[in-house]
Design a protein around this ligand. Structure first.
Ligand code: TYM
Length: 410
């Protein structure tokens, strides 16, 4: 029988805020009372992860021979677990793989969802390792008012956006839980191994489940845990027991603290993680961009006109009330959403720095900042839509077929 005792990893899995003034960060809610958003340093302490600091970035660059991605240099991927183990494996030419995912709750993905996928694509290029992408359509039918068939349909809509990010089909396996798991006994066997290790009390503590939650929710964490074990994919990895690196926003961490706790008990390596901050809602950094409210999010399906209107109308401004006041006192980049978005998507470090200086001094106005952002996002979303339009049924099949990737394992 699984023991009910709280082990080291499980003890730090408490995800709901214990004090009134604490930020709430869990797979379903992200809220902060502060205008500047989540206090990520505090979160690292609370979750017990490690900061991606200058020394980690330096080692990353040295080991990979690649200049750090802007998301790393700018603190967007800010926290990790065991990244050094992965870097050492890479240094020694030992194999590992990447794992990430998406819960298809809506047909259109938004800009926030792109963050982990853009970064994962870069990691795939840097490390040249296999990547598995899980579409948790089972999770979405369990949590939302979405029929099972509809959840599968949404997986097939979202997979087009994911493929459009530019993954390599020879190195990438994408799967829908509802379609794949029934075809892969090894995956199901790992799910049951995980289920044997975690008690109801523990998942209640980790995820806050209550007595009236359906039983599917209670067992779901084992499904998100299983892709972190290479033996779940024998057609890719054979019998090799490889570590993996999981890039995701920090809201997904509770699943993987549980996974890391279970791993050694089922004879598998603990997955490593790289966590990102949240791409904020248009209305301000107190919440993440979320698909539940059309006006808080910019979707990958939005037209140039919609993007322009949403930013002009809804993007929270750190500027002053009048032009005169703004010229005199300057704007506040720490709360200005247009500036925050530029930190994600304006690649030119010097230009970003200049914008910060000019906005803070009052030399540029909110309207000018928004104009810059609209130009960048319109181009980014437009290019994404062009790539997405080329994702045919044939291309989807290429990524989702159960098959060997281009790597050999003994
Ligand atoms: P989902 O669909 O909520 O989110 C997909 C990925 O996007 C991240 N994310 C964000 N990142 C930055 N800013 C935001 N505003 C934002 N909103 C969402 C999420 O952290 C996630 O990385 N249960 C998962 C699906 C999943 C998964 C995984 C995710 C299954 N296995 C492994 C990451 C890694 C979910 O519903 O993600």
């Amino acid at each position: 029988m699984a023991e009910d005792k709280v082990t080291e990893d499980m003890s730090s899995v408490q995800i709901t805020a214990s004090a009134e003034d604490e930020d709430v960060v869990d797979p379903w809610n992200v809220t902060s009372k502060s205008d500047t958003g989540i206090d990520y340093d505090k979160l690292i302490k609370r979750f017990g992860s490690s900061k991606i600091d200058a020394a980690v970035i330096e080692r990353f660059e040295k080991v990979t021979g690649h200049k750090a991605h802007p998301f790393l240099r700018r603190g967007i991927f800010f926290s990790h677990r065991d990244l050094n183990t992965i870097l050492t494996a890479h240094e020694q030419g030992k194999p590992f793989y990447l794992y990430t995912g998406r819960g298809p709750s809506s047909a259109a993905m938004h800009l926030g969802h792109l963050i982990p996928f853009i970064f994962t694509k870069w990691l795939q290029e840097v490390f040249d390792v296999p990547l598995v992408i899980q579409l948790t359509d089972d999770e979405k039918t369990l949590w939302k008012d979405i029929k099972l068939e509809e959840a599968i349909r949404l997986s097939y809509e979202n997979v087009k956006d994911i493929i459009a990010v530019g993954f390599d089909p020879e190195k990438t396996f994408i799967f829908s839980d509802l379609e794949f798991i029934g075809q892969c006994p090894a995956f199901y066997q790992n799910m049951v191994r995980v289920q044997k290790c975690v008690t109801f009390n523990q998942v209640k503590g980790i995820f806050g489940f209550g007595d009236s939650d359906v039983i599917g929710k209670i067992s779901f964490p084992a499904i998100q845990a299983s892709p972190a074990f290479s033996t779940s994919f024998p057609f890719i990895f054979g019998k090799a027991k490889l570590p993996c690196l999981i890039p995701c926003a920090i809201d997904q961490d509770p699943y993987f603290r549980m996974t890391r706790d279970v791993a050694p008990r089922i004879g598998m390596p603990k997955p490593a993680l790289m966590h990102s901050t949240f791409f904020p809602a248009l209305q301000g950094a107190q919440t993440k961009m979320s698909a539940s409210d059309d006006n808080t999010a910019i979707y990958l399906t939005d037209t140039p006109k919609q993007i322009k209107n949403k930013i002009n109308k809804h993007a929270f401004s750190g500027g002053c009330a009048t032009v005169e006041e703004h010229r005199e006192k300057g704007g506040n980049c720490d709360v200005d959403i247009s500036y925050q978005y530029l930190t994600f998507f304006l690649d030119d470090d010097d230009k970003l720095m200049q914008i910060k200086i000019d906005y803070t001094s009052g030399a540029i106005l909110t309207g000018e900042l928004k104009k810059e952002l609209i130009t960048i996002l319109t181009a980014l979303v437009g290019a994404h839509q062009e790539r997405r339009a080329k994702v045919t049924t044939e291309v989807i099949k290429q990524f989702m077929e159960i098959r060997k990737l281009k790597y050999n394992y003994s």
